[in-house]
Design a protein around this ligand. Structure first.
Ligand SMILES: Nc1ncnc2c1ncn2[C@@H]1O[C@H](COP(=O)(O)OP(=O)(O)O)[C@@H](O)[C@H]1O
Length: 337
């Protein structure tokens, strides 16, 4: 059954409540939480002046998360069906494009973080340009330039006249070339996601085995650092699986349904509905990334504790750590940065 004002079928009551009430409420919470956590992270990172590639990647993730967070208010207003209908076009042309671009920039930097951990832990004396800080700065800039260039046509080619009868349909605002570009960008980004996922899995299996072997060799009878280290390393994988895997499983059929007119309207609606749910999971990334910084980056944790007035407590526990450090030397993974 179709809504008179839209090409989308009329939803069940609970579905429309979810779309127009629950989602805006959840995105508002995410906006507030994400803003606080990322402001805190940015403040801490601002104080850490180091030539560490690892921290450079984390700083880039913070900037990408900030960009994504800035798109939430418009999303809240349009999802709640508030404001002028023309606002939907602004979402299609600008804020959704910024949202997706920042999401994929964040994904690429998560991949680089895991690659960096792999190199520093498993191959500490290797010869790769990724050990070179100047190179990783250029690489980071390259990621931004590439991803922005890829996404920009999605804005430029969303250039068709607005249609008041179905303002939410972004594809209706695109030229034929715009639809083709949208499909191509979705495919390239899905490929990027898959490549990062494989990289993450390889890096973390290698790190896991390496830590396991080191523990067995040097400190098999004591408790502590090893399991803790593996847990810290796994946090990126957990965040990645929770936030991004569901979205990408849905994105492939969804993009197909967007550009294929033969797809049944009910199927399109169901896919759109599922996409909104899994896209929310991806958005949760803005609150989960700061947890990665806290668990994986010692400089960040140290600074944060110092700034929050826990300096004395931290010094106390640090002196205890030093006493034990001779025994635990081989268990200090990931390498302090
Ligand atoms: N991976 C991406 N990178 C950049 N822009 C994207 C990406 N995916 C979608 N977009 C753009 O974001 C806007 C909204 O896309 P989408 O969420 O697929 O549509 P809808 O909101 O109709 O479900 C469109 O302009 C689209 O081209």
């Amino acid at each position: 059954m179709l809504d008179v004002n839209s090409s989308m079928p009329v939803s069940d009551d609970h579905e429309s409540v979810l779309l127009s009430v629950v989602f805006p409420a959840l995105y508002s919470l995410l906006f507030a939480g994400g803003l606080v956590l990322n402001c805190l992270a940015a403040w801490i990172f601002f104080k850490i002046r180091t030539r560490s590639s690892f921290i450079l990647y984390l700083k880039n993730i913070t900037v990408a998360d900030f960009l994504m967070i800035l798109t939430f208010p418009l999303l809240v207003v349009t999802e709640a069906d508030q404001g002028p209908w023309q606002l939907h076009a602004v979402v299609c042309r600008y804020s959704a494009v910024i949202f997706y671009t920042s999401m994929y920039i964040g994904i690429i930097f998560l991949g680089l973080v895991s690659l960096d951990r792999f190199l520093k832990i498993v191959r500490p004396f290797g010869h790769s340009c990724l050990y070179n800080y100047s190179f990783t700065r250029v690489l980071s800039a390259g990621v931004w330039v590439f991803m922005i260039s890829l996404s920009l046509p999605n804005t430029i080619l969303t250039n068709q006249p607005l249609n008041a009868s179905d303002p939410k349909d972004c594809m209706a605002l695109k030229s034929e070339l715009g639809k083709q570009w949208h499909t191509a960008v979705s495919s390239i980004n899905i490929f990027i996601f898959a490549a990062v996922l494989v990289t993450l899995l390889i890096c973390y299996v290698s790190i896991y085995l390496h830590v396991h072997r080191s523990n067995a060799k040097f400190v098999s009878s004591t408790k502590g650092g090893g399991p803790q280290a593996k847990q810290n390393i796994s946090v990126v994988l957990v965040v990645f699986f929770v936030c991004f895997v569901p979205y990408h499983l849905c994105r492939i059929p969804y993009t197909r349904s967007q550009v294929n007119e033969k797809v049944d309207e009910d199927v399109k609606y169901q896919l759109m509905y599922v996409k909104k749910v899994v896209l929310f999971l991806s958005s949760c990334n803005v609150c989960l990334d700061p947890i990665i910084y806290f668990l994986m980056c010692k400089s960040f944790t140290r600074r944060l504790k110092a700034q929050l007035g826990m300096k004395r407590m931290h010094n106390l526990s640090e002196s205890r750590t030093i006493q034990k450090s001779q025994v635990r030397r081989f268990r200090e993974y990931p390498a302090p940065v």
